[in-house]
Design a binder for this molecule. Structure first.
Ligand SMILES: *Cc1c(COP(=O)(O)O)cnc(C)c1O
Length: 360
């Protein structure tokens, strides 16, 4: 069976070279006679593997001094709770910018733990744009201002890092982490679960300022306390060891491709092909404002929804799978994470043009 082009929102495709590399050392890592899966997490060999993953990521990002990288469990959804639990006092709380499905989930979860104020919302426009920064109302006493840099379900992406003054900026970057250069110093904290651009699920990367620990709510589980995990180098309990190793291989692959600037060029090129095709006729439509269109999750609908099943079935016949949109938004979504080859997008674009000719 040839490998398929998986356009799922996640878990996503992995770079083929990374999978092949992992296969080659699956039974015996570097002559140690053990698979990485079998290594004690407190042993020197695993510590070296984890340290390599950290140093590769630090190099890719140009990690500024004073920021730390944590490996955590629980996915991005755990972070929706852990950010307020660790950073916000219940009464002053935090401010959130609402741009779609995932920021909505972040807001709902944070409300269980602290006061939440909406600094701005894209809801009046049906979450098809980013509310202009000039209209944001950020409270100076807010513990942080939370954004979702890329809305995976509704295909809206921040074109640039917003300015929040003295209020630390916190971001859910799960779907666009490492798809473009990133100035980490602008963020108090950012997080991304692995299964979109980093590696296998089970690992969540949290990057935070060193001074963000020590204020966790007293009921925060110890394994989810940023301060405790920083003190223990992400080894307070067994970390997702194999996923950490795989992430290290993906980081090296990104480096080999030319780093984050190359990832940005590729994701610009891939998404432009699909948006260009949609804008050149009225068979497909993308509801998102051009300046806020995601380069990673391209959402679109067919002008005639009766053709949806045929589109899906025929696409699968070309090896193009998992194109259905998020259940809340319907339609279709092509997720173009780093490991999606340009060839996959070319085949998709060719299929879409042909489908439109035949059914338009
Ligand atoms: C996928 C996704 C999540 C959920 O991640 P889990 O790892 O399943 O918890 C949260 N936020 C965004 C922006 C996502 O794309």
């Amino acid at each position: 069976m040839p490998r398929l082009f998986n356009f799922a929102a996640g878990p996503a495709m992995m770079p083929e070279q990374v999978l092949a590399h992992a296969r080659n050392e699956l039974l015996d890592w570097n002559g140690h006679g053990l698979s990485v899966m079998e290594m004690p997490f407190t042993g020197d060999v695993f510590k070296e593997i984890a340290a390599t993953t950290v140093s590769r990521l630090s190099a890719l990002l140009g990690l500024p001094p004073g920021h730390r990288i944590l490996f955590m469990h629980g996915g991005a959804m755990a972070q929706l709770a852990l950010v307020p639990l660790n950073l916000a006092s219940p009464d002053t709380g935090a401010d959130y910018v609402e741009t779609g499905y995932w920021s909505g989930r972040a807001i709902a979860e944070a409300r269980r733990y602290c006061r939440v104020e909406i600094a701005a919302s894209g809801e009046p426009g049906g979450f098809t744009h980013i509310p202009p920064e000039t209209e944001w109302r950020i409270r100076p006493e807010a513990a942080y201002c939370h954004i979702t840099t890329n809305e995976t379900a509704n295909g809206v992406q921040f074109p640039a890092t917003p300015e929040t003054g003295d209020v630390p900026l916190v971001a859910d970057m799960t779907s666009d982490f490492l798809t473009r250069p990133l100035d980490v110093s602008r963020y108090g904290l950012l997080y991304a679960s692995a299964q979109k651009n980093i590696g296998p699920s089970g690992l969540t990367i949290v990057i935070l300022r060193e001074d963000s620990g020590g204020n966790a709510h007293s009921l925060t589980p110890s394994v989810f306390d940023y301060g405790i995990q920083m003190e223990n180098d992400s080894r307070y309990n067994t970390p997702p060891t194999f996923s950490i190793y795989m992430a290290g291989l993906v980081f090296r692959w990104i480096e080999d491709q030319g780093g984050l600037a190359a990832m940005e060029r590729a994701s610009e090129a891939k998404s432009r092909k699909l948006y260009g095709l949609m804008d050149s006729g009225d068979f497909y439509c993308c509801p998102v404002a051009p300046e806020a269109r995601s380069r990673v999750n391209v959402c679109f609908t067919l002008a005639d929804p009766a053709l949806e099943d045929a589109f899906d079935t025929e696409a699968a016949g070309h090896g193009l799978i998992n194109l259905r949109g998020h259940p809340v938004f319907g339609g279709f979504r092509a997720s173009l994470y780093n490991a999606m080859p340009e060839q996959g997008v070319d085949i998709l674009a060719g299929f879409m043009a042909d489908f439109a000719r035949r059914h338009g």
